[in-house]
Ligand binder design. Sequence first.
Ligand code: FAD
Length: 449
Amino acid sequence: MITFVPPPHLLESPRGRDWPAAPAAAPPRTGPPAGADVAIVGAGPAGLAVASALWHLGVRDVVLLDRGGRPCGRFFDRVDTLRQRVLRSPYEHHPGVEGYRDCELLDFARLHWSLLTPVERREIRMAQSGHRSVVPVDVFEAYCRHVSTLHHVDERTWRATVREVRPTRPDEGSAAGATVHGDGFALTARSVVLCLGEERRDAPADWWEGEGTPAGVSYWDEPVPSDAGRLVVVGAGLSAAHLIANALGEGKEVHWVLRAPEERYQCADVNASFFRAEGRARFDGTSWQDRLALMGGHRRASVMFEFRPLMERAEAEGRLTVHRGRAVTGVTPVRAGRSAVLLEGDARVVGDHVVLALGTVVSNGDRLLPSSVVAARDGWPDLDERTLAYRGAPGVFAVGAAAGMVLGPAARNIDGHRVATARVAGAIAAHLAGTSAPLPSEDREIARV
Ligand SMILES: Cc1cc2nc3c(=O)[nH]c(=O)nc-3n(C[C@H](O)[C@H](O)[C@H](O)COP(=O)(O)OP(=O)(O)OC[C@H]3O[C@@H](n4cnc5c(N)ncnc54)[C@H](O)[C@@H]3O)c2cc1C
């Protein structure tokens, strides 16, 4: 059997091109208003998808609240910190609204053909002929800006950290869904959509003594010091792979610590079937235990195939040492400012710097909503499976990773947001219009206008 391994040069793509763009309105300068039809907490790709879908459904009194204040800002900050130049997801996955005549990501890239490199153009032809293709981060960012401008998202995005979401009690009337509280503001909205994404997973408390990260140790979403000649990377996912590739490219010696017996290479981070209706159907009406098992099996860390030749060559040449099947028990300082990663079985790996790429934790709403509303089970919130509203607060919805136990492991991805958005936006528009929700089925995810 011949195994096709895509070449590493597909991982390269220029960043920071001058994309022609429609002038976006300035972000708001005053604090958020006291009321709105809809408040969206989090303006990442999920929040952008929800705001855009609501715009098409005629819901325009929408406020987005985001810590960074820039649509998709955290996503691009994360990929740029890792120097990730291409997306893992293909051209079909984008936060644009399905079922409307918006320009989709592939059309957008083709419209800007003259700005693309020969490799990027070839990838577009691959996408057009139905093959897996690689999308430049630069194209995706320009596209997100385009979607944001088109649906008037910039001027409705406030930089604000939300501290609490207080659902309206039934005796307070049904018009308001919840009040969103932040530093110096409170906003009451008829519907609130939580698009909180995922926080990075921190190391277990017993890996070192004391609060805070020790000197010589950082996480994947932080810059790596340039003077570290020998780097130790812990973790088995794409972030770890980027850190390793960057360090090798700079001539550093790298040690890679993996808990799994071997590294896993695959195209997408979850099996491609979960991006389609038949994959999502595996979560419909399935027992909780079966869903948990599916999640456990399909949310395992993996690396894009394109890294494989690069890693294998570096290992063969002795520039990369892979410690497979080694569980970490701690990190400790050693002499001359170096750090040691302690492994089960009394072994250790010493480096000038240690980077932890331990993945992410789903933000299920528990930092904002009462715990009785989140009703978390194994970390997952209790959501109405048709509308993605919290069962304990029907005016508050979740889009993004938090919807994983309803939509499957792809809920955290850009494509999963479109599926969740169709359900949530349809339910909100119907609620505001005073009709019962014309809930989308898998075949009718957003009605055309
Ligand atoms: C390095 C990296 C690469 C990835 N690549 C891909 C890819 O190629 N394809 C793909 O489909 N997926 C990819 N993913 C998964 C990716 O996280 C999601 O697709 C996307 O970022 C999720 O969007 P989101 O809006 O749910 O979350 P985020 O992008 O994280 O956005 C959530 C926003 O909510 C804000 N927020 C959270 N809490 C609050 C609060 N209390 N108050 C105010 N604001 C708040 C956050 O600051 C953030 O801006 C990648 C993830 C990472 C980390």
